[in-house]
Write a protein that binds this ligand. Sequence first.
Ligand SMILES: C[S@@+](CC[C@H](N)C(=O)[O-])C[C@H]1O[C@@H](n2cnc3c(N)ncnc32)[C@H](O)[C@@H]1O
Length: 396
Amino acid sequence: MASAEDVAPSGGLALPMPFVSFLEENDVDPSIYSAESSVPRYVRVKPGCQLDLSDLEDELQCRLDSTVWLEGFFAIPPQVQIARSDAYRKGKIYGMDAASGAAVVALNVLQGDHVLDLCAAPGAKLCMISDLLGGSGTITGVDAARHRLNVCRSMLLKYSLGDNCRLFFADGTSFSFSPMPSRVDHRSCSTESEGMTEVFEEWSSRRTWKERKNAKRSTKTCLASPADAPELIFYGRLAGVVGHSKSEIFKPRNESEMSISGYDKVLVDSECTHDGSVKHIQKFERWGWETLQRRVLDAPRTDNLTQLQLRLLTNGFRLLKAGGSLVYSTCSLTVAQNEDVVERFLSENPSADLQDVDAAKNWPCRSGKILKTLRFDPSTSSTSGLFIAKIMKMPC
Ligand SMILES: C[S@@+](CC[C@H](N)C(=O)[O-])C[C@H]1O[C@@H](n2cnc3c(N)ncnc32)[C@H](O)[C@@H]1O
């Protein structure tokens, strides 16, 4: 732990001086962390579910304040736990920060869209996207952390959102598969050499002995690297997988193919230092501030991180259809991981056009350092910190 002279009080949270300097160097006002006690927790109610809000208030023993600027979201006091509530266990509510919800709304998901979520786990945004698709289109989730992706699969099953979804354990900087339209009756569709080609059947959690053995071996790989072959760890019956051969699903596509048959929407909710999440920063009080030094402040790691962010953004954009749009978001408030990454990306990609987020007119956020980008933070927005940039792929 940092010694007393190393820490500066910031409301309830005493921040170590190196972290305060890091924030100041990155133009982040350390006082945002003092708003922590007034930042509510948010719950999102699953659309279409039978839920009496006054019953939920009774169960949680608190008032649900409707978040006027974000449909389906309610603020509750930060200390209220939702995990033991009946509504949570039955998959009727989600714990999700309103700023995260805003990143999804910025994507403007339309019915029938094919959506890619390139850093999907543990899956709160993926579930919200799937809810917005309402059983139409498809959603492809990719993540490089196997254990986090397993959580994502459990969430999809818990909230009955898996039908149109597929999940790949893969590195997002090299992921290269297109969405596939689903076949209504896959038995009547012939694949290139039916009978000889292995065709995907409906996904089942039951595994043969051989599959279990392979899975045991593969769980040793906890983090996917760009050189690893992607693994399809889950797919729903309408996700465009059932009835297709492995060679169809695992066919890498080049940029011009993607411009025609790529994704309508791409979310790159990138890996970052999470410094905008007050709850995350609070954890370092328990873990020890030296962990924060290693994970957040260490310059070489941060440099690697900004390169990773640029590569994720670049690949996400490559997988986008011409005319489609991408949202880049991080829960860091540093300029290096946000505006700098976006500016560098825009300078390297002439077909990328930074867009206004139409829905943001009534949002309690402020502009980022480049026009059209948005920043949420605890003191301005009463949410966790989040940066959002929306980019369109101009048709050639
Ligand atoms: C901010 S979290 C995403 C949160 C998620 N969108 C949600 O709403 O629950 C960033 C994710 O990026 C993943 N990640 C890190 N490096 C990656 C890479 N090279 N390719 C794909 N995912 C990566 C991490 O495992 C982590 O789950």
